[in-house]
Design a protein around this ligand. Structure first.
Ligand code: NHR
Ligand code: GAR
Length: 197
């Protein structure tokens, strides 16, 4: 079985979309794949409850318990490796990962970022898109490399920025698209497709 490990920090709606797609599209039967574990750096992440209710193993590795990013990443790697993952998916995961971490999962770690990369890497993407006067915003699924939000692009979706949008209203519009493209991009990877040029 190809194990998928999903890293979250909050609500976990992208995680839930992946779990639902795995069930509805029978990823076990079609790809020999399953969501094996959901791991959060925040003990209070609501997504942990959602995952547990779906019968998925959960774990917390609290970044506040570690003095350095390297020590946090080492503990996180240990928790992940307990599930021998074929794929690690960041889904609203909010900690920048060290080069050593990224190297360990090279070629099998992906992220969804709430902007049309290469525009607006990093944080506060929706407010930055509004402030820049963008007429389109969106989300990007990409491979994770040592350079933040710069890995090869696997999928994107665009939505309009509408008059009167706030960061919250734009984020909600983008999020609906995230829930479509992230499961689709992962299914593509599991099927051995690559949409990279
Ligand atoms: N790590 C690497 N090496 N490469 C990437 O592409 C990564 C990554 C870790 C996370 C997700 C990313 C996003 O989609 C991601 C991509 C967190 C921050 C950040 O600055 C930036 C980008 C992303 C995730 N985090 C702060 C930090 O000090 C903490 C912010 C907080 O806790 O709220 O790590 O946007
Ligand atoms: C999503 O919009 C995701 O793209 C974004 O946070 C939200 C998480 O929602 N990710 C980042 O901002 C990473 N820095 P979710 O927890 O409901 O999936």
């Amino acid at each position: 079985m190809k194990n998928i490990v999903i890293l979250i920090s909050g609500a976990g709606s992208n995680m839930a979309a992946i779990v639902q797609a795995a069930q509805r599209q029978d990823w076990a039967g079609r790809h020999g794949a399953r969501v094996a574990a959901v791991i959060s750096n925040r003990p209070d992440a609501a997504g942990l409850q959602t995952a547990a209710q779906a019968g998925i193993a959960t774990a917390v590795v609290d970044h506040k318990s570690f003095a350095t990013r390297e020590a946090f990443d080492a503990a996180l790697m240990q928790a992940i490796d307990a599930h021998a993952p074929a794929l690690v998916a960041l889904a609203g995961f909010m900690r920048v990962l060290t080069p050593g971490f990224v190297a360990r999962y090279a070629g099998r770690i992906v992220n969804i970022h709430p902007s049309l990369l290469p525009a607006f890497p990093g944080l506060h993407t929706h407010q930055r898109a509004i402030d820049a006067g963008c007429k389109l915003a969106g989300a990007t699924v990409h491979r994770v490399t040592a350079e933040l939000d710069h890995g090869p692009i696997l999928a994107q979706a665009a939505v309009p920025v509408l008059p009167g949008d706030t960061a919250d209203t734009l984020a909600a519009r983008v999020l609906t698209q995230e829930h479509l493209i992230y499961p689709r991009a992962i299914a593509g990877l599991l099927a051995g497709q690559s949409t990279e040029r």
